[in-house]
Design a protein around this ligand. Structure first.
Ligand code: ADP
Ligand code: ASP
Ligand code: MG
Length: 437
């Protein structure tokens, strides 16, 4: 029989009514045997996610302030869900160790993880499914990174022995049992890990939109959905800010060749976006699959005549950034020029030392920093087969009245990155959407 791992995000689990939709979706296909849950999210735009309420409790406890009202508000969120579902759930019993933990020098990741923990227990009680605590099966190294070998062994064995289980997302634990979380939105990663551990046929990621959008809905109203996207394209888009799926959720699924289907809990009839290595037969591949971007970059321009004949010049240049712990994002080069695009947050604290080192080591003719750039990735594996896409991209941005500061075409021909001034970012995205849509 087929096995599907399903993950529901916070907004899909924010209330009893949302839990019921989840129940309907699970019942509609018996292959949906493993359910990974987030903490309850926002019920409406003015609401607060339970994870944020837990961080607040932690902050209050650490500051020595009264956390009881904040914890009560969390109890109320779960109480409302349990009551709405009409189930008996021992909330007092489940919350008592959390209150106790807050009194005795709390640990931040542990506190954050309780949102998923409580939600999974509540869901398991309602569905009558087994509860598998991720702290026992998802293992982190002491440095906070995932230990995949141990995780797949432990989690795979537990899932193989279970017919139907609810698994809390977002966290695991290290060897000593100390809880460790992924970064925000990390339940997507837990879901992908569970899918790989059980060698699932499909990983369904249920959220509040009907799939991956062609571009950011905050910039372009009602952009269309992407019916199919391959793992590599998705990686490029999510790295650049298309935030429907946590960027680290792609690796486990891709490694195991498990397709991901992004679906809408509120519109289960919509097919959503399918993510896999190869498009199903008959799929029309467009020249551009999607557009994403981010603000917050600086560029360091280094000019030196005959730079290309100086052996090791590029390596020395990038070493200086690396020595200060600043990764570079892009590095377009000319014959006598090189630009290093860096995240402003990473670069600015080390700016003066890096510039001084570049000056001293490389003796450039010119060294210039341009601040406040946005990078836009135009992504699509169909670019290779379609002539003139680069020209259309540049034409569309220029026609929108935006000056292009940088162009970088990745050697994979999967994407073209363009740099524009931050204030031109939205205009450029709108221009591109119009051209490719
Ligand atoms: P969940 O709580 O279900 O994990 P998220 O809030 O993490 O949901 O992700 C879904 C949201 O991502 C959508 O509501 C949408 O506003 C936002 N989003 C940003 N970029 C995109 C995109 N390119 N496609 C779809 N959704 C996007
Ligand atoms: N609850 C966590 C967060 O809000 C993890 C998740 O929802 O994926 O970031
Ligand atoms: Mg999410």
């Amino acid at each position: 029989m087929k096995t599907i791992v399903v993950k529901f995000g916070g907004s899909s689990l924010a209330s009893a009514a949302q839990f019921r939709k989840v129940g309907d979706i699970l019942r509609a296909d018996p292959a949906r045997r493993f359910l990974v849950v987030s903490a309850p999210g926002k019920r409406d735009s003015g609401d607060t996610k339970v994870t944020d309420m837990l961080y607040r409790c932690y902050d209050l406890a650490v500051a020595g302030e009264d956390f009881v009202p904040a914890l009560e508000a969390i109890r109320a969120r779960y109480g409302e869900i349990a009551e709405g579902l009409g189930i008996k759930f021992d909330l007092d019993g489940a919350l008592a160790p959390i209150a106790e933990h807050l009194r005795k020098g709390p640990q931040r990741d542990y506190m954050a993880s309780r949102g998923e923990y409580l939600n999974a227990r509540l869901m398991a009680a309602w569905l009558g499914w087994t509860f598998l605590d991720s702290a026992e099966y998802i293992r982190f190294h002491a440095d906070g990174t995932l230990d995949p070998d141990t995780t797949y062994k432990l989690l795979g064995a537990a899932m193989a022995q279970t017919e139907k289980a609810v698994i809390p997302g977002f966290y695991g634990a290290d060897e000593t049992g100390r809880v460790v979380t992924f970064s925000r939105g990390g339940s997507d990663v837990s879901g992908a890990i569970a899918a790989r551990a059980v060698k699932a046929d499909l990983y369904e990621n249920w959220t509040d939109v009907s799939g991956m959008l062609f571009t950011d809905p905050r910039i372009v109203p009602n952009p269309s959905y992407i019916p199919f996207i391959n793992y590599r394209e998705l990686r490029e888009l999510s790295y650049m800010g298309a935030s429907v799926l946590h960027e680290d959720a792609v690796f486990p699924a891709r490694r195991a060749g498990i397709p991901i289907n992004i679906r809408n809990t509120n519109r289960p009839e919509d097919p959503g976006t399918l993510i896999a290595a190869q498009a199903p037969a008959g799929t029309v591949i467009p020249p551009v699959t999607g557009i994403a971007g981010r603000k917050g970059f600086d560029t360091v321009l280094v000019e030196k005549s005959m730079m290309n004949s100086e052996v090791g010049f590029t390596a020395r240049l990038l070493d200086i950034f690396a020595a200060h712990g600043v990764p570079f994002e892009h590095c377009p080069t000319g014959i006598d020029t090189m630009s290093v695009v860096v995240s402003a947050d990473a670069f600015r604290p080390h700016r003066e030392e890096i510039l001084a080192a570049l000056e001293a080591d490389l003796k450039p003719d010119l060294l210039k920093v341009e601040e406040g750039l946005a990078m836009i990735a135009v992504v699509g594996c169909g670019m290779v087969a379609n002539k003139g896409i680069a020209a259309r991209i540049l034409g569309a941005v220029t026609a929108a009245g935006v000056n292009i500061r940088m162009i970088d075409q990745g050697s994979s021909e999967l994407n073209i990155i363009i740099g524009v001034r931050e204030e031109d970012y939205e205009t450029a995205i709108r221009g591109l959407y119009k051209e490719f849509h």
